[in-house]
Ligand binder design. Structure first.
Ligand SMILES: [Zn+2]
Ligand SMILES: [Zn+2]
Length: 284
């Protein structure tokens, strides 16, 4: 695809995927990715299962004419079909391990080819990282080590691409801090924590990253994660303190807040775990 060839976006008619249900390269993730692709291009998806005779006939014709044909051809194969009759093969599954096929999908999604054809959803429909976290990465839970009350995820700090949140009980005790970002900077996070609670209690061992894909989250996460992440992944970096000494067990991390009276600087601070203060010394 050369430059200046981007008039094609509106003329895409449909996306087709040739697959088989038994194939681990096809189902579930290639099928889901093809669904996403059709949605991003604003066209229907045609699923052709080679184990269903009438679909196989159409699939064979498509592969023979436009795809990677052989007697026992590779699947999945994904095609973009245009209104003017043109058909492009855009994806063929790898013969190697499944993870190779999976990685290839990410490359396709972040490619110029893909981004040029993608119908940009109106800004009003696109989620920000903050909205995405609120909708899909905020969970109900209970306080640990401190009380049995329910916790909620409150913002500690954020900019457009990074959010630091904390699960906090009604008494402001923090059971877990989470840094959400598409490209987290772990050193930055460590320094951020240390600047609020002191270096002594921030250990590398207690900082643990986790990758979140759209498909493991609820509802429309798989469709909407593309709004914030070109490779459809968001990282969560957890900081949960596991006290290593008796003395440390008597200390707790709190978030300076008092929602009822709209007070507090929303910074983390350390105090005796039994203390009733919900505000840091400066804000009291
Ligand atoms: Zn608590
Ligand atoms: Zn404060």
């Amino acid at each position: 695809m050369g430059d200046g060839e981007d008039l094609t976006m509106d003329s895409i008619k449909q996306v087709s995927i040739v697959l088989a249900n038994y194939c681990p390269h096809c189902v579930p993730f290639s099928l889901r990715n093809a669904e996403r692709m059709a949605k991003d291009f604003g066209v229907p998806l045609c699923v052709l299962d080679i184990e269903i005779p009438e679909q196989e006939t159409v699939a064979d014709r498509l592969v023979k004419e436009y795809g990677d044909w052989s007697e026992d051809y590779l699947i999945p194969q994904v095609f973009v079909e245009y209104v003017d009759g043109r058909v492009e093969l855009v994806f063929t599954g790898f013969s190697e391990v499944v993870s190779v096929t999976e990685t290839a999908w990410y490359s396709l999604f972040s490619s110029d080819y893909y981004q040029k054809r993608r119908k940009v959803r109106p800004t009003s429909e696109r989620k920000s990282l903050k909205e995405f976290v609120k909708t899909y990465l905020s969970f109900n839970g209970y306080c640990r080590r401190h009380c049995d009350d329910p916790t909620s995820l409150l913002s500690v700090w954020s900019d457009k691409e990074n959010i630091v949140g904390a699960y906090v009980c009604p008494s402001s005790y923090v059971s877990r801090v989470i840094y959400f970002s598409v490209k987290p900077d772990l050193d930055w996070f460590k320094n951020f924590l240390a600047s609020q609670v002191g270096e002594e209690i921030v250990n590398n061992r207690d900082i643990r990253p986790a990758t979140r894909h759209g498909w493991e989250l609820r509802n429309n996460a798989a469709d909407e994660i593309g709004d914030i992440s070109p490779n459809n992944k968001v990282q969560e970096v957890y900081w949960t303190i596991y006290p290593k000494t008796e003395e440390a067990k008597n200390q707790g991390v709190f978030l300076c807040s008092d929602p009822k009276n709209d007070r507090g600087c929303h910074k983390l601070f350390v105090q005796d775990i039994k203390s009733p203060n919900t505000l840091c010394p400066k804000c009291r």
